[in-house]
Design a protein around this ligand. Structure first.
Ligand SMILES: [Zn+2]
Length: 270
């Protein structure tokens, strides 16, 4: 699922490709993924206008529209992606999963891809109309150390707290595994058992992993999901050899936390 580093790059890609170009038409191939307004209002509020800019909030991308009081909020679901290309280019390869297409007057178009159809695009006047955004906690990269420590004083598994969007915005299953691995903390630990030193390490690694991942994901564009993560990270070992990057004799363990598969090294992470 696209997390903060991925959506940060979607936002940059959108801003580089799709702003201030007159929208000629909008194709809603999967109209059920459009929320907040009906398809005809969705189109009517976009055709003839242009996108102003995109911003990121948590795992959502918010798009402002020139000369309009409406905003679009993109949620990418498990498999979301963007593709800016010539309208002549066939809907093949990953582009066959285009669910909404914004056609510009310049002969190009922005395709919103969503293979598993778990994403959504809302059209709203105020983003607080969307419960997910209204309840969203502070951005992970903007949290102060004190704010982070306060969140960790709550009861619950540390992995679940890191992924709770109402507490910290932007971190999901994959990057929480990485942050915990680099901090040598088990995903199963109750947050209240963490020492001040461990909380400090976790805070530092949260910022480091997210900001490094933003750069690594950015290098993989056009985004195809094949990001080159360092071999010293747990991410490249999760679905492949299941070997701990710290020690080849350590086998990674897969467990379920909050309905998601979490990977960790039971020897390194305590
Ligand atoms: Zn290990």
């Amino acid at each position: 699922m696209p997390e903060l580093p991925d959506v940060e790059n979607f936002k940059d890609y959108f801003n580089k490709t799709s702003c201030n170009k007159k929208i000629k038409d909008v194709l809603c191939i999967s109209p059920e993924l459009i929320k907040g307004v009906g398809v005809s209002d969705f189109k009517k509020n976009l055709i003839g206008k242009s996108f102003k800019k995109a911003e990121r909030r948590g795992k959502c991308m918010i798009v402002l529209i020139n000369k309009s009081d409406r905003k679009l909020v993109f949620h990418f679901g498990m498999t979301g992606n963007l593709s800016y290309t010539s309208s002549e280019s066939p809907l093949s390869g990953r582009d066959k999963f285009a669910r909404v297409i914004f056609k510009f007057e310049n002969g190009y178009e922005l395709r919103w891809l969503n293979q598993r159809k778990l994403g959504k695009i809302w059209m709203v006047k105020d983003i607080s109309e969307i419960e997910l955004l209204q309840k969203m906690g502070k951005e992970a990269l903007l949290l102060s150390k004190k704010e982070f420590f306060d969140i960790l004083s709550e009861r619950g598994k540390i992995k679940s707290i890191l992924m709770d969007q109402s507490k910290i915005a932007g971190i999901g299953n994959i990057y929480s595994d990485e942050i915990l691995f680099q901090s040598r903390i088990s995903p199963l630990r109750d947050a209240r058992t963490l020492t001040e030193k461990e909380k400090g390490i976790l805070y530092k690694n949260m910022k480091k992993v997210l900001s490094t991942a933003i750069k690594l994901v950015g290098k993989s564009y056009p985004y195809n999901g094949n990001v080159s993560f360092p071999k010293s990270w747990i991410i490249p070992h999760r679905h492949s050899d299941m070997i701990c990057p710290n020690n080849k004799n350590h086998k990674l363990r897969k467990i379920s936390i909050g309905g998601r598969s979490s990977y960790y090294c039971p020897y390194c992470q305590k």
